[in-house]
Design a protein around this ligand. Structure first.
Ligand SMILES: Nc1nc2c(c(=O)[nH]1)N[C@H]1C(S)=C(S)[C@@H](COP(=O)(O)O)O[C@H]1N2
Ligand SMILES: [Mo]
Length: 361
């Protein structure tokens, strides 16, 4: 596999950090450990001068300050967010973009105002078809200068739990996560959740912006028009057990019982089952699921492995959802490198019995 990444990709990777996989342990990801993806620069926003405009195909256009939003009934949702490019760097042939391995995910508690409430207040006109969300950040992609924009079809925009969020985990949004306001669309891949939100425009025709027509499509080749990337495919991840090697991150565990634990999610339906393999995917056994305490948050799972025989192992896990979606052994390659949800593989060495570390006792 050609795994070489360029300086440009390294630059992206250094700006956009992932969730350290051991942080899967926290049911709610502390804000500083949540993954981050910023296409351009973090805009410099003066909250006192900032306002959200709601216009287009509405009877009553609105201009709302942060105080106006905070004074409306608040709504909270716990939601797992994952970048559509998660798993990209594990694809072959290599796809040039943000080189995520598996760590582009987080689970946060978002507080804000229901988008439906604001759209009802603005009174949608009969020909309203989509809602376009415009951020404050601007840049170039493949030569096209643009402001970050994404749209939602009306039925998605009006669904329960779609939020204009001003808090993450009980605190004002951090600059990197979209201060002062972002869209949160539970179940959808990360790109949907427009940060530094400044404008909501209701339109009467399908939105044709760059992030819908050029990016975020499943395309077999450059000529393929493709289909849009929407909800998150199922995925389970495990906290890598034992201790890592500094360079390779391969793991070492002592022989004996070893509890494997992790989280699983799907944007299509609740997680129904997580399976674990300790032989590189040849055989699978069911893990135990934690109670489902939120529809849109990830679900905890654990598996009691007995690592009796010293040697090398490849641990894997895979999720099924209630709609029958399951992680494939190998995901389908696509031009953008989206949704590679092939199962995680964790290389582990089980030590000989009686082996003692060289550290002083
Ligand atoms: N305005 C704006 N919104 C954005 C982005 C962006 O670059 N600009 N990145 C999107 C992408 S691709 C992802 S994966 C998520 C990441 O959200 P986070 O950084 O809060 O985890 O934000 C989305 N919203
Ligand atoms: Mo993303």
């Amino acid at each position: 596999m050609d795994a070489a990444i360029s300086q440009d990709e390294l630059q992206l990777a250094a700006r956009n950090h992932g969730l350290p996989l051991e942080a899967l342990r926290y049911p709610i990801t502390p804000a500083g450990l949540h993954y981050l993806l910023i296409h351009y620069d973090i805009p410099d926003v003066d909250a006192d001068r900032w306002a959200l405009s709601v216009d287009g195909r509405v009877a009553k256009p609105l201009t709302l300050t942060l105080a106006d939003l905070c004074n409306r009934p608040s709504h909270e949702v716990t939601a797992t967010m994952e970048c559509a490019g998660n798993g990209r760097a594990l694809l072959a042939p290599h796809v040039v973009s943000q080189p995520w391995l598996l760590e582009a995910v987080g689970n946060a508690n978002w507080t804000g105002v229901s988008l439906r409430l604001i759209l009802e207040e603005a009174e949608l006109l009969d020909d309203a078809m989509e809602v376009v969300f415009t951020g404050l950040d601007r840049g170039f992609e493949k030569g096209v200068e643009q402001t970050y924009q994404r749209s939602l079809e009306l039925d998605v925009a009006l669904a329960d739990d779609v939020l204009l969020a001003y808090e993450m985990n009980g605190a004002a949004l951090l600059p990197q996560h979209g201060f002062p306001l972002r869209l949160v669309v539970p179940g959808w891949y990360g790109m949907t959740n427009v940060k530094w939100l400044a404008g909501i425009t209701v339109v009467a025709e399908p939105f044709r912006g760059y992030q819908h027509t050029a990016a975020y499509r499943y395309r077999d080749d450059e000529e393929d028009e493709g289909t849009p990337v929407t909800r998150m495919q199922p995925r389970a991840l495990m906290v890598p057990p034992g201790i890592p090697d500094f360079n390779t991150r391969e793991r070492t565990v002592p022989p004996g019982p070893c509890v494997l634990e992790g989280r699983a999610w799907s944007g299509w339906a609740p997680v129904a089952r997580v399976e674990v393999s300790t032989d590189g995917g040849k055989t699978w056994a069911d893990g135990l699921l934690e109670p489902l305490d939120s529809r849109w948050g990830w679900r905890g799972w654990r598996y009691e492995w007995t690592a009796d025989d010293p040697g090398e192992y490849v641990l894997s896990c895979r999720a099924h959802d209630e709609a029958g979606n399951v992680q494939p052994q190998e995901a389908t390659w696509n031009v953008g490198g989206y949704s590679n949800n092939a199962p995680q593989r964790v290389l582990v060495t089980v030590q000989e019995p009686g082996y003692h570390q060289g550290a002083p006792e």
